[in-house]
Structures are given as structure tokens and as C-alpha cells.
Design a protein around this ligand. Structure first.
Ligand SMILES: Cc1ncc(COP(=O)(O)O)c(C=O)c1O
Length: 407
């Protein structure tokens, strides 16, 4: 049977609009499509493929576990889940771990835990959740409502209640909403989907103080920033501010679906037997791969490499921008980088991404005005240089196709 892009339109629910090409093979930071065309991958499966494609450590962990044990459910525990939980506890603030299958599920668990903790400790009235405009926390109905983009949560009937949105990087806006009724504040240390916007140090410290003042739990959604992306194992480490609950997914499995919620013993104890669960959460295959991913990423060589590779990315983007002034700002932390289009190219991020694919480089967008890069944390420098040469061709194409603004 011929597998072609048209089959997608025939048999798939139309909620995605994938590119016309279908990649069939990946190795390191390169992908190849059905026609054998090569692409440099600066997208990394949206910040998932932290070690690129088919990294030997992940392949061997998966193969080894595949021969041993695939699934038990949480009626029984398993060795890979316990080893991964121990590794996460040993390397972070956390004392307890809950496993899920995705970022949204990890966040769902975090939000339910925060509500239950507050109810048990302070009473029913303490149920308000505050998050931030333009934030993104997943697509379950609870998490998408906590997310700060109504376009994603509208149109599905009555929403979960008790959720309010403050302005990101604006403490006064949070101060105006937070009160004794607030059970939790959920925030991304750097908004990813919302445009690659890092939180300021002052903001993160201020959010922590306000949570402490009002007995609200601080939840860091590190689904996109976690597992080395920013050059620390978790971004909170760079801010020096410790959350009460942290969620992680995406890069945790390096491409194998897994999510986790990390917290303290004191908070975790409120999620007693029967209050929450998942059939697949803590699946041995997922946990074996994730353990290999965490062990491989959490080394000075990989984490320091993130900083030097990020500097090379930014240098290359600056070089391109000197030739074709198209970006007003290049921002981000570590290898989550956003190149913000200036007014002349407003709305063209998707055109640039598509032109990039034509020229053999995969990028992402974060909204209409930001081209986003979330490559492998171990991408070879030579692939960065080659990918940027291709990206430059894509920019040249878009610049040539954009009518010059009249002065
Ligand atoms: C910060 C953040 N939280 C949660 C999610 C949802 O993760 P998933 O798509 O695995 O449910 C995402 C996905 O982009 C994310 O960036």
C-alpha cells in the first residue's frame, strides 16, 4: 500500500495540519523523508527529542526493556519506574513522584493535588487557581482552561471553574488576584507556546513570595523547559526558586511518551489511594527509556554543551539578521530559542517554517510572529552551521516574496 500524505486527510481527524512530507527515518539531528530528502532537525519534536533521533543510549534501554517486561498497570509496581523516581528525587527538590503519560496528564495531576491539598488543609473555599495569559498547560479540559489562551478552551461547553489569569511577568497583576482563596499558582518558567518568553528573576521570586504569603502552592510547569533544555536539569535551578510541585514530560522520555509530577512528601500525602491514577503511568518501557534520557542529559558535558550550542545558534541568527533584517529580537534560555519577527514580517513565522522545510531544515513557530528552535541538546555544531545555512536560504526566499513597505 502506498502511504502518502493524502491518506492523512482520508483517515485522520482533521485537528492537525501536518506538512506534506512524511519523515521515515531519523538519526541524531537529521531526518529523511519518503523521497530520501535530508532535513536538519531544529524542531526536535517540539522540545521532546532531547538527544536527537535514535540515540544509542535510548535505543539500547528500550530494546533491553522490550525483552524483559512491557506493562503491568499500577496494580503492581516495576523496577524501571522505581529507579526513575529515585533518580528524579535524587537530582531535584522532590521527595515524591507520580507518573503520567504526557504533559497535560502531569499537569492534571498537579492541579487536582493542589485542590485536594488546599481542601484538606484549609477548607472547601480555597480552590482558586491562578495561571498566566498566553500560558500553555495541555489540552485536557482542566489544563486547557488553566492555559491562558481562550481560543483553545472556548467552544466546548461549560469550563472548569475557579481559574483566573494574571499577566505574565507582572507581579502587580498577580497581586490583584491572589488571596486566601488561592490554592495554587501555575506558571511556566519560560512560556514556550506563548512565544518563548522567559520569566524574569524578579517575577519568579515575587510569585514564590506571594504564594508563601497566601498559603498557595507554586506549580512550575516544566513540560517544555525540563530535562536540560535551558542548560540546567530543570529551569527552576537557574532561578534559585523552588516550586512545591513541578511537572515534566516532553524531553523526559526523549521521544517515548511519559510525564511526571514531582512534589514533597508533605504535599503528596494528600493524594491517597484511589484519588487519582492512570493505567499506563509508570509503564516499564517508558520509564526505562526516561531513566536513560535523564542519566545521559544530567551530565556536565551535555548541560554545558547546551550553553555553547545556544550561543552558536544566536550568533548564526545574528549573522542572518545582519544580512536580512527580519528579526526584532532573539530570546530564550538554553536551546529553547525564539526569533521574533519585526513589524515588516509580522505574521510570517509559518511561511518561514514552511520555506525552511523546503530548504531542508525543520523549525517551529510559537504564535504567528516567533520562529522557534528546540533542537537536540547534543546537536553537533556542524549540523547547527549547516542547518543555519539552509535557514538563511529560507529567509532569503521569504524576504524576496515580501513586498517592501512604502516609506
Ligand atoms: C509548558 C507545557 N505544558 C504542557 C504541555 C502539554 O504537554 P502534552 O502535549 O504532552 O500533553 C505543553 C505542550 O506543548 C507545554 O509546552
Amino acid at each position: 500500500m502506498v502511504v502518502s500524505r493524502s491518506l492523512f486527510d482520508e483517515v485522520m481527524v482533521p485537528n492537525y495540519a501536518p506538512a506534506q512530507i512524511i519523515p521515515v527515518k531519523g538519526q541524531g539531528s537529521k531526518l529523511w523523508d519518503q523521497a530520501g530528502k535530508e532535513y536538519i532537525d531544529f524542531a526536535g519534536g517540539i522540545a521532546v527529542n532531547c538527544l536527537g533521533h535514535c540515540h544509542p543510549a535510548l535505543v539500547s534501554a528500550l530494546k533491553e526493556q522490550a525483552d524483559k517486561l512491557w506493562h503491568l498497570s499500577n496494580v503492581l509496581t516495576n523496577e524501571p519506574a522505581l529507579l526513575l523516581a529515585k533518580a528524579l528525587v535524587d537530582t531535584t527538590f522532590a521527595e515524591k513522584v507520580y507518573f503520567a503519560n504526557s504533559g497535560a496528564e502531569a499537569n492534571e495531576a498537579a492541579l487536582k493535588l493542589a485542590r485536594r491539598y488546599a481542601k484538606d488543609k484549609y477548607g472547601e473555599h480555597k480552590d482558586q487557581i491562578i495561571s498566566f495569559k498566553q500560558g500553555f498547560h495541555g489540552r485536557t479540559f482542566f489544563t486547557v482552561t488553566v492555559g491562558g489562551q481562550p481560543a483553545y478552551s472556548d467552544g466546548f461547553g461549560p469550563k472548569p471553574e475557579g481559574i483566573e489569569h494574571a499577566e505574565f511577568n507582572n507581579l502587580d497583576s498577580l497581586k490583584a488576584l491572589i488571596s486566601a482563596n488561592t490554592c495554587a499558582v501555575m506558571v511556566e518558567p519560560m512560556q514556550g507556546e506563548g512565544g518563548v518568553v522567559p520569566a524574569t528573576n524578579e517575577f519568579i521570586r515575587g510569585v514564590r513570595e506571594l504564594c508563601d504569603k497566601h498559603n498557595a502552592l507554586l506549580i512550575f510547569d516544566e513540560v517544555q523547559t525540563g530535562v536540560g533544555r535551558t542548560g540546567e536539569l530543570y529551569a527552576y535551578m537557574a532561578y534559585g526558586v523552588t516550586p512545591d510541585i513541578l511537572t515534566t514530560a516532553k524531553a523526559l522520555g526523549g521521544g517515548f511518551p511519559i510525564g511526571a509530577m514531582l512534589t514533597t512528601t508533605e504535599i503528596a500525602k494528600h493524594l491517597v489511594v484511589g484519588t487519582h491514577g492512570s493505567t499506563y503511568g509508570g509503564n516499564p518501557l517508558a520509564c526505562a527509556v526516561a531513566l536513560a534520557a535523564v542519566d545521559t542529559v544530567n551530565t556536565p558535558a551535555v548541560l554545558n554543551g547546551v550553553h555553547s550550542k545556544a550561543a552558536l545558534f544566536k550568533q548564526e541568527l545574528q549573522r542572518i539578521n545582519d544580512k536580512y533584517p527580519i528579526f526584532s529580537e532573539v530570546r530564550g534560555m538554553g536551546l529553547l530559542i525564539g526569533a521574533v519577527l519585526n513589524a515588516d514580517y509580522a505574521g510570517k513565522a509559518r511561511d518561514i517554517m514552511l520555506a525552511g522545510a523546503e530548504h531542508g531544515v525543520m523549525t517551529l513557530v510559537a504564535g504567528m510572529n516567533v520562529v522557534r528552535f528546540a533542537p537536540s541538546l547534543v546537536i553537533p555544531d556542524a549540523d547547527i552551521i549547516e542547518g543555519m545555512a539552509r535557514f538563511e536560504q529560507a529567509i532569503a526566499q521569504v524576504v524576496a516574496a515580501t513586498p517592501a513597505k512604502q516609506a
